[in-house]
Design a protein around this ligand. Structure first.
Ligand SMILES: Nc1nc2c(c(=O)[nH]1)N[C@H]1C(S)=C(S)[C@@H](COP(=O)(O)OP(=O)(O)OC[C@H]3O[C@@H](n4cnc5c(N)ncnc54)[C@H](O)[C@@H]3O)O[C@H]1N2
Ligand code: MOO
Ligand SMILES: [Mg+2]
Length: 422
C-alpha cells in the first residue's frame, strides 16, 4: 500500500454543521444583472425596491354603483327615501367631469376614480333608478356610511415604503408588485454557472446500449436537475475516465471557467478513486474529505482561486444527499439568500428505523400531513448505492447516531426537499 492510499484512508470526519459552515464561508454573493419581468420568476432580487408612489394612487371605487355625498343620506329609510340627481358617468380609466354638490350623485364603475367631493359609493343593488322631471335620479332607502366602498389612496403601500427586500426570491406575488410599480426590468443576482463532471470508467452515456459491468451515467442528469432547481445554470462537462492526470487538468480548467464545480464518483478509498487523490494534491486547498453523515460520508470539498469544488460520491443516494446538504446551500448563498439551508421541521417517525449507526443518517423518505400532525415515512431502501427511492422522497429524515435504532412514534427532525412535488 503506497503513501497515497494511506493519506486517502486517514481522514478526519467533520460534523455536518461544521462542514456546512466551512463551505458557506467561501461563498460570496455574485454580481447582478437586469432581467425582464417575464424572466424574473425564481430569480433573487439584487436590490431593495421601494414604492415610487402610493398604491392605489387615486381614490378608487370598489363597486359598480353611485358615488355620493354620504351626508345626503342622513335619516334616509325605506319610508323616507332620498332621491339624488345623477349628473355624471365615470367608467374605469376616466376622470369625473363635473363636481358633485349635495343632492347629486355620479354613476361609477369598479376601479374608477371617485369624485373628490364624494365620500361613499353605494352599489347598484341597493338603489333604484328613477326618471325625474329634469333628468335621472337614484333612489336610496338607507343611510350610507362615509367611506363605504372607497379604497383610500395608499391603502396597500405608501410612497417610499419598502416593497421587496434584496435577497427575496421572486415569485408570482413579487412579480405582481413590480409590474404594479412600473418596474419592467429588475436587478437580480446573476445565476451561478455550475459545472458537472462525472468520473468513472464504468459510465455509459444514457443513449448507449447496456454492457456487462457498466452502467449509465444517471448522476449527471440528476445533478443537472438539482442545480437548475437551486436557481443556477448547469453546464455538463465530458465524463472523465478514472485517470488522475486527466481529472486534474479538467478540474483545474473548469475551476478557472465556472463559478462552482461538482464532480461525482471516485472519492472513496478505492484504487481508482482519483478525486480523493486530486484534492490531496498541492493545487487545491482541501476543506474536508469526510463528514459524519450517511449516506455521503466521503463527501469532499476543496477550494482553488476562491472557488469551490464539491467532489460528491458516485453512489446515487450519497450524491443526491451531498448536493442537498452542501451544494444547494452554497448556490443559495452565492445568490445572496440569507438562510441557505434546507428547511427543518419536526415530525413523528411513522415506522421503526432499526439500523444502528455512528454517524447521523439522512434517510430518504416522505413527510405527510395527517390531521394536525406531520408524520415521516422512511424509504424501504435507503442505502447509499440505491437510486430508486430518490424519486419517492420529499424529505430527508434525520436519524441521530444510535446504537439501537429509533422507534416509530418518536419525534425526529426532518429536512424538507425543495423542488420535488408534495
Ligand atoms: N473500503 C471501502 N470502500 C468503500 C467505502 C469505505 O469507506 N471503505 N465507502 C463506501 C461508501 S460509504 C461510498 S458512498 C462509496 C463511495 O464511492 P465513490 O464516491 O468513490 O464513487 P465510485 O467508487 O466512483 O462509485 C460508487 C458507485 O456509484 C456508481 N456511480 C458512479 N458514478 C455514477 C454516475 N455518474 N451515475 C450513476 N452511478 C454512478 C458506481 O458505478 C459505483 O457503483 O464507496 C464505498 N466503498
Ligand atoms: O459515503 Mo457513503 O454514502 O457514507 O454511504
Ligand atoms: Mg470509489
Amino acid at each position: 500500500m503506497g503513501d497515497n492510499q494511506q493519506d486517502k484512508m486517514s481522514r478526519r470526519a467533520l460534523p455536518v454543521a461544521a462542514a456546512q459552515e466551512k463551505v458557506i464561508s467561501f461563498c460570496g454573493k455574485l454580481t447582478s444583472e437586469f432581467v425582464s419581468l417575464s424572466e424574473a420568476k425564481g430569480r433573487v432580487l439584487a436590490e431593495t425596491v421601494k414604492a415610487p408612489h402610493p398604491y392605489p394612487h387615486f381614490r378608487r371605487s370598489g363597486m359598480d354603483g353611485y358615488a355620493i355625498i354620504s351626508s345626503d343620506t342622513a335619516g334616509c329609510s325605506a319610508q323616507t327615501p332620498v332621491h339624488l340627481e345623477v349628473i355624471d358617468e365615470i367608467p374605469c380609466g376616466s376622470l369625473p367631469s363635473v363636481a358633485l354638490v349635495p343632492g347629486t350623485a355620479a354613476r361609477i364603475m369598479t376601479g374608477a376614480k371617485v369624485p373628490d367631493e364624494a365620500d361613499a359609493v353605494v352599489m347598484f343593488e341597493m338603489t333604484e333608478a328613477t326618471d325625474g322631471e329634469s333628468g335621472y335620479y337614484v333612489k336610496l332607502k338607507r343611510e350610507i356610511a362615509a367611506g363605504a366602498n372607497i379604497t383610500p389612496v395608499g391603502l396597500e403601500l405608501a410612497e417610499g415604503d419598502v416593497i421587496l427586500e434584496a435577497g427575496q426570491i421572486i415569485s408570482a406575488g413579487e412579480i405582481s408588485v413590480l409590474a404594479t410599480f412600473g418596474i419592467s426590468e429588475v436587478a437580480v443576482i446573476r445565476k451561478p454557472r455550475v459545472a458537472v463532471m462525472a468520473t468513472g470508467s464504468e459510465l455509459l452515456a444514457v443513449d448507449e446500449p447496456l454492457q456487462d459491468g457498466r452502467i449509465r451515467n444517471s448522476n449527471t442528469y440528476m445533478l443537472e436537475s438539482q442545480i437548475r432547481d437551486a436557481g443556477a445554470e448547469p453546464i455538463i462537462l465530458n465524463v472523465i475516465a478514472d485517470d488522475l492526470s486527466t481529472a486534474r487538468s479538467r478540474v483545474l480548467e473548469a475551476i478557472e471557467e465556472y463559478d462552482l464545480v461538482i464532480s461525482t464518483g471516485g472519492v472513496s478509498v478505492g484504487d481508482f478513486d482519483i478525486m480523493a487523490d486530486l484534492v490531496l494534491g498541492d493545487e487545491m486547498e482541501m476543506l474536508f474529505n469526510k463528514v459524519m453523515m450517511r449516506p455521503g460520508s466521503v463527501t469532499t470539498a476543496a477550494v482553488r482561486l476562491g472557488k469551490l469544488l464539491f467532489a460528491l460520491s458516485g453512489n446515487p443516494g450519497a450524491c443526491f444527499v451531498g448536493f442537498e446538504l452542501f451544494v444547494r446551500p452554497a448556490i443559495a448563498r452565492m445568490m445572496g439568500i440569507e438562510q441557505p439551508f434546507l428547511k427543518e421541521v419536526e415530525a413523528i417517525l411513522a415506522a421503526d428505523y432499526p439500523k444502528i449507526n455512528a454517524y447521523t443518517r439522512f434517510v430518504r423518505g416522505r413527510i405527510a400531513v395527517e390531521g394536525a400532525r406531520l408524520r415521516a415515512y422512511p424509504a424501504a431502501l435507503d442505502e447509499s448505492s440505491v437510486m430508486i427511492t430518490i424519486k419517492d422522497s420529499n424529505a430527508l429524515l434525520v436519524i441521530p447516531p444510535t446504537t439501537e435504532g429509533v422507534q416509530a412514534g418518536e419525534l425526529i427532525k426532518v429536512l424538507l426537499l425543495p423542488g420535488v412535488a408534495g
